[in-house]
Each structure stands twice: as C-alpha cells, then as structure tokens.
Ligand binder design. Structure first.
Ligand code: FAD
Length: 434
C-alpha cells in the first residue's frame, strides 16, 4: 500500500460514504467534502441487494443494519383496479444506512466544490466558500450532476482530449419522481408495527401516466414513490436547479387531482399516503452511462459515472460496488506516483464499466416494460411477470450473483446457495466483477 496517501472524496452520498467506510478499514487517509450543511434525509428508502450485503456482513455491520431494515420478499405488480399482474421474487433484499460508520471529523459539511485542478504532483479542489483542499487522489462521488466530472471534462477539452459526444450532452429526463416516507401509521395498520418482511407493490395506473411504488418500512411507516411524466412546459425548461427540490404544496395539488382515487394494495389511496408525509422530495429520473470516468489523479464513482433510473433499484448497489472495487485497488497501489494511480483507475474502469453498462441496460429495459402504455404494454407485462419462477429467478440471480468483498479484511464465506461469480479485485491479475 502507498504510504501517506491522501484521498479527497467529493460527495457524502452512498458512493462517497461507502468508499469512506472501506478506506477507514484499509487505514488510508481520506476526507469527504459535502456541499450540504448537515445530513438531511430526503424521504427515500433504498433497497440494497445481496451483491453488496456480503461486504457489510464482512465488516460486521449486517445485524446492526437488519435492526432498521426490512426484508423485501418480492416485487408485486398491480393494475389500477388492484388486480395482480405478477410478481418477481426478491428474497433477501434489505435496506440500510451508512453515515454513522464514518468518523465525524472526516466529513467537512457545507463544502460545495466549484472546480478542480490536477498535475503530476497532486489534485486540488476549490470550494464556493473560498477554501481549497489538496490530495494525491480525487474521487468524484458527487452524483449525477457531478461538479468534479464537469471540471474534469472541461480541463480535458482544453487539452484537446477527444471526449465522446455523449459525455458532453446534457442529461435529459422526461419523468419525475415524488418520494416520501409517511409518519408512523401503525395505529391504522397494526400489522405494520413489527413488520420485518414486506414486498414492494408496484401499481401501474391506467387512466393517467403514473406508476406508484409502495412498501412497508420499519416503525409502522410506509415508503412511497410516485413516478409520472413531465409536462411539456417542464420539458422545455430543463435546467439543473430543477432537478432536486422540496416539492411545493401548490404543485402537489395538481398531481393530487390525478391520483386522488389511485388505490394502493395497502388499502390507502396515494393521496392519503401523501397527506401523512411531512417531507416530500422531487427528483428527475434519467439514465446515462458516461464513457470517460477518469484522467490523471481524478476518478468518478457512483451516479457521477453511471446514472440509473430507479425502476430496477440498482443505482445505490452499483455505487457501493464501485466503492468496494476502488478500495481494493487503492489498498494494493504500491506508490502514489501518477503512473500507479493511473494504473489503479484503468483497472477500476476495466472491472466496473462493463458491469455498470449491463445494469443500466437492464434497468432501462425494466423501466420501459413498466411504463409502456396500452394493449402492447399490458400484454407484455402479463407475459413477462408471469414467466415460470425458474426463469425470473435465473434473471434475478444473474444480477445478484457477483458479491465481491474487501481483500484486506478477514474473508467470510458466501451465504446462500447461489454461487458467487465475482472474482477478487486485484491490481495485477485479470480479475473482473460480474
Ligand atoms: C426515487 C429513487 C429511488 C431509488 N431507489 C433505489 C433503490 O431502491 N436501490 C438502489 O440501489 N438505488 C436506488 N436509487 C438510486 C440511488 O439512490 C442512487 O443511485 C445513489 O443514491 C447514488 O449515490 P451517489 O453517492 O453516487 O450520488 P448521490 O446520492 O447523488 O450523492 C452525491 C452527494 O454529493 C453531494 N454533492 C453534489 N455536488 C456537490 C459539490 N459540487 N460539492 C460537494 N458535494 C456535492 C450531494 O449533496 C450528495 O450528498 C433510487 C433513486 C431514486 C431517485
């Protein structure tokens, strides 16, 4: 391992925090710079897959995470009239959170990165409050609208580096998601009090272009997401400020008219769930695979490199897989010379790009299956969601079978009967992840 290596992680989301936890265990020095002034929950619940649960098991975090997570046993698809279309078995899915595992002094809050620079000797970032930070390595884990990526691409363009056109095209989205978690409703739904298992209910509205995802959470709460198509006017004013904001009450009224009668399998209408939710966030839904992930001492991970639509619940899992791979390779990096750093990033790209590409293609297919309207959409869904269990199981296994761990922490056996298909990530071998 390179001595006195300093890593700067921009972004304290799932990718940045996961990498921080893994570097902490590797004894590698790091700092997270996060633009938010403090941690803020934005009302989403995340489904983590067996692909990444193994590493948390290895770190001894699984049982603790189980305490506030709930196990998803299946995804069940409903028509608007609550008839079931079909189900996909997702046994062993759980949701978790990471922040408490990173020492407080390693995160600097309120640091919005505006631009970055790098040369043979190091990397530097400049923040909106006038401060700057130096490091040997810069990791851009700052999400889909990554400032690190924009700065990296700008600097590459200045050097006439041939960036693929798709890298510089703006993100396009034509769907939004409203999301929230209700207050405890266990007085209304006593069965929610001690719920440990649930399924994700996916309701495909027929009269209006909405898809609702609802699931029971621990503590009697219900997590919900409502996805819909953007209005023409919104499509024309796509700017970055619009991408993520608390949703104003006034705007919600427009949508509420449409979904007032949209039932959920939990017996409540979507309107009731919204009424029982204090903080509702709005996100734009888009998918994009960036081709250029690294140059010099800078590398992108998570949504900054590959943005998935949430239909398949894979974005956070892919971000954590990035972090596992990056930590393994950094741990083996012999020195902090530019050559060794570039070797690590090249290997990281060789391992992670094909897997992220496959995940994006898969989630785009699922998203189109769910959102296709009319006779063709209904017929396709009835066929695909009622395929024999063995076929859907095989597809789910193919997504989840690669379960990498950290090379430098005591190994743990693979749980379950599905063999692990992920090879160890090593700098000097032909390892690859699936
Ligand atoms: C509705 C919805 C449901 C989802 N459900 C699932 C699911 O069930 N399972 C799943 O696997 N995935 C799911 N996802 C996807 C998942 O949430 C994302 O893929 C994941 O959060 C990406 O993590 P990240 O750390 O790369 O980026 P982000 O979570 O976007 O984090 C980036 C961080 O960087 C910070 N930042 C940004 N710019 C700057 C800057 N200039 N300077 C400093 N800091 C900056 C941000 O404040 C943020 O904290 C869902 C997504 C949505 C929208």
């Amino acid at each position: 391992m390179a001595t006195s290596l300093k890593v700067l992680i921009v972004g304290g989301g799932i990718a940045g925090l996961s990498l921080a936890i893994f570097l902490e265990r590797a004894g590698i020095e790091y700092t997270i710079l996060e633009k938010a002034k403090e941690f803020r929950a934005w009302g989403a619940s995340i489904a983590l897959s067996p692909q990444v649960l193994r590493v948390f098991d290895q770190l001894g975090m699984l049982s603790e995470l189980q305490e506030f997570g709930i196990i998803f046993t299946s995804g069940v698809y409903y028509k608007q009239d609550m008839t079931k279309i079909g189900a996909v078995d997702l046994s062993n899915y759980e949701e978790r959170w990471l922040l408490s595992k990173v020492p407080a002094e390693k995160i600097q809050w309120g640091k919005r990165i505006l631009r970055t620079l790098q040369n043979e000797n190091g990397a530097k970032v400049f923040c909106s409050d006038g401060t700057d930070f130096d490091a040997d390595i810069l990791i851009g884990a700052d999400g889909a609208y990554s400032a690190v990526r924009q700065s990296l691409y700008k600097n590459l363009a200045l050097k006439n580096y041939p960036l693929p056109k798709s890298d510089t095209d703006p993100l396009r989205f034509d769907q939004f998601g409203l999301l929230g978690i209700t207050k405890p409703l266990d007085d209304v739904y006593p069965e929610l009090k001690n719920a440990t298992k649930t399924h994700m209910c996916i309701i495909i509205a027929s009269e209006k272009p909405y898809i609702a995802y609802v699931r029971k959470l621990k503590g009697g709460r219900i997590g919900w997401t409502l996805c819909g198509e953007l209005l023409d006017a919104e499509l024309h004013e796509q700017d970055n400020s619009f991408r993520f904001s608390d949703w104003e009450g006034e705007s919600i009224e427009n949508i509420r008219k449409d979904i007032d009668s949209l039932l959920t399998p939990l017996g409540e209408t979507m309107a009731n769930l919204i009424e029982n939710t204090e903080c509702i966030s709005k996100v734009m839904l888009e998918d994009k695979l960036f081709i250029t992930w690294h140059s010099g001492r800078t590398c992108l991970i998570g949504d900054a490199a590959h943005k998935l639509v949430p239909a398949a619940g894979q974005g956070a899992n892919q971000s954590i897989l990035d972090a596992i791979c990056m930590a393994n390779l950094l741990h083996e990096m012999p020195s902090k010379s530019s050559t060794d750093i570039e070797r690590v990033f090249e290997k990281f790209y060789a391992i992670r790009f094909p897997t992220a590409k496959k995940a994006i293609e898969g989630s785009a297919r699922l998203s189109s299956l769910i959102s296709k309207r009319g006779f063709i959409g209904n017929t396709l869904r009835s066929i695909v969601l009622n395929l024999p269990g063995a076929i859907t199981q095989k597809a789910v296994d193919a997504i989840n079978s690669g379960r990498p761990i950290l090379n430098y922490v005591d190994p743990i056996p693979v749980q379950g009967t599905v063999p692990n298909t992920s090879l160890p990530h090593h700098l000097s071998t032909d390892s690859e992840a699936i």
